[in-house]
Design a protein around this ligand. Sequence first.
Ligand code: SF4
Length: 470
Amino acid sequence: MKVALVNPPRFRGVPVIREDRCEITDRGSVVPPYSLIQIASQLNHDVWVIDANGKNMGMNEVADALRKIEPDVVVIRFTPTTFDNDMKVAEVAKKLSSTTVGMCWTLIPFAHEILKTSPLDYYVVGDYEVCVSNLIDAIEVGENKMQGVAYLGDGEFIVDWSSPAFDYDSLPLPAYDMIAPLSNYYINTPHGSPFTIMYTSKGCPYSCIYCTVRRTKWKGRSAESILSELRILKKIYNVRTVSFFDEIFTFDRNRVVELCERILKEDIKLRWYCNTRVDKVDFELLRLMRRAGCRGISFGVESGSNEILKRAKKGATVEEAEEAVKNAKKAGIKTYLSFMFGLPGESWESVNETIEFVKRVKPNGAQFNIAVPYPGTELYEECVKRGYVGKIMNWRELYQHKAILRTEQMSKEELEKARLMAYRSMYFNPRWILSNALWVMREPEELPLAIKYYVKSLKNYFIHRMEHAH
Ligand code: SF4
């Protein structure tokens, strides 16, 4: 069979990240379609990867490419806010009589509505790492029993929510050759290209009420499996920067220690970044991570108010966040903090606590979003109960820069105002600018990156008013 895996075009010119829980428009990053190249490496069919987002192809170019291929199956990644844009690829595929398969983590609870209202024949609701290749094999032989897949049979919604068990170490390495060169890709600024994202683990057992990954089993790859990918990225693709996209990279401390020690022993020179929780790092670990190439960590802090964190079931405190930032800085690792306004209980008082927290800890960068009631989360259920959103909401509105819910004390307009206020109080704070300048003086190779980051941030603030993620 001929199979085309498509990462659709950008959204009104803005790049889109369509990877696992991260399904957002982001003006500052062009991320490789990791999930699609991972699927590509597993398929025993003729495979094409069309990364329209990465190559900045328009819809007409995608249509031309598909017409040339005449694929039997077209697999499309889509996101909530870019839904109509992404579905145009499915429309083209249907005109070519291809079978269409959709993948989007955030909208899985709305699989039925999506299938009823889109040109998709199948929606993958299980682990794509195994479910997509099984589905395509099943389509080839006309079978209908598939784990982790939803579809409409004679108008009736048929779904199997289960996924076959599998071991991440047993997966083949992603087919990077299908999207090379990796110099097209970057996160925040093109400074660190060639660049890629990769996963060393998936899942998170914590219970944050706003999160679509909450209470999923953490599954990690072994140090050897991660190293085998890093070696190839370095040797064949000349990659300089890697961003580990895991939810909690340091969940298993021993694994990170082994990985870092082996990176040092093998002298794999890469700059890498990761995401983790503030209560999952300590100074010793951070120091080792820095020696092994870690240059930045993104921590989900969410709020400077312990009361808000408690109601959000974050399971971490403001004090722990402060300690983590302090230790990371001491170890020489940059910190990027994510916050959200609009969690239950948010008021001007808690907004100010967040702003004061940022002023106090002075991270290298921060992102301020507005809480989004993603379907299936506890926050969504709460919003439905309060009448803030409908049971089937318009998922095209799920932007992180625009409020679609209010809190007891703050209106939507006030939440949007608070977000801009928080950015303003960081970008124009002379102490924050000075702390970054001092950092650059200690690490002069960071200078071009720091300048580009600051210029980009100001442009986003003044020209785009911080629309989309930045
Ligand atoms: S710790 Fe992070 S990934 Fe885990 S549930 Fe909370 S927000 Fe989600």
